[in-house]
Design a protein around this ligand. Sequence first.
Ligand SMILES: [Zn+2]
Length: 51
Amino acid sequence: METATEKRPAGTRTQKRSRSGAHTPCPHCGKQLRGAKGLDAHIAQAHGEAK
Ligand SMILES: [Zn+2]
């Protein structure tokens, strides 16, 4: 006899929210940066907005 196996539909992945180290979208242009540091550097360089 087969054990009861839960059938999961393929492609059903729960997208994890951005955690530390994950990609962070730039609030200005929406570019994906790596982490707050990358975002900060990107904003300063691309948008000239020193924090
Ligand atoms: Zn940007």
